[in-house]
Design a protein around this ligand. Structure first.
Ligand code: SF4
Length: 77
């Protein structure tokens, strides 16, 4: 039986997408920001566990591009 793991996570500021097919499992995210990227807990990403700016900085360090994010804020015109 296949287990579905959710790969889209949101807080008030951002929506984070994780692509398991792209991840090279270097575990950089879970080593450097373990409160958010939890490798033994499901859901494995907790976007309420650190400031959004810190989460974005960590996503930008992902070596494979498996982690990406979009802002939830609407831009003023
Ligand atoms: S940093 Fe990126 S490539 Fe490394 S384990 Fe996390 S998601 Fe996968």
């Amino acid at each position: 039986m296949e287990t579905k793991i959710p790969n889209v996570f949101s807080n008030a500021d951002i929506t984070v997408t994780y692509n398991p097919k792209t991840c090279i499992h270097a575990e950089r995210c879970s080593r450097e920001l373990s409160s958010v990227f939890r490798n033994s807990i499901i859901p494995w990403i907790d976007l309420d566990a650190a400031p959004t700016r810190q989460i974005i900085n960590q996503i930008n360090k992902c070596p494979s591009g498996a982690l990406s994010f979009n802002s939830n804020q609407k831009k003023a015109c």
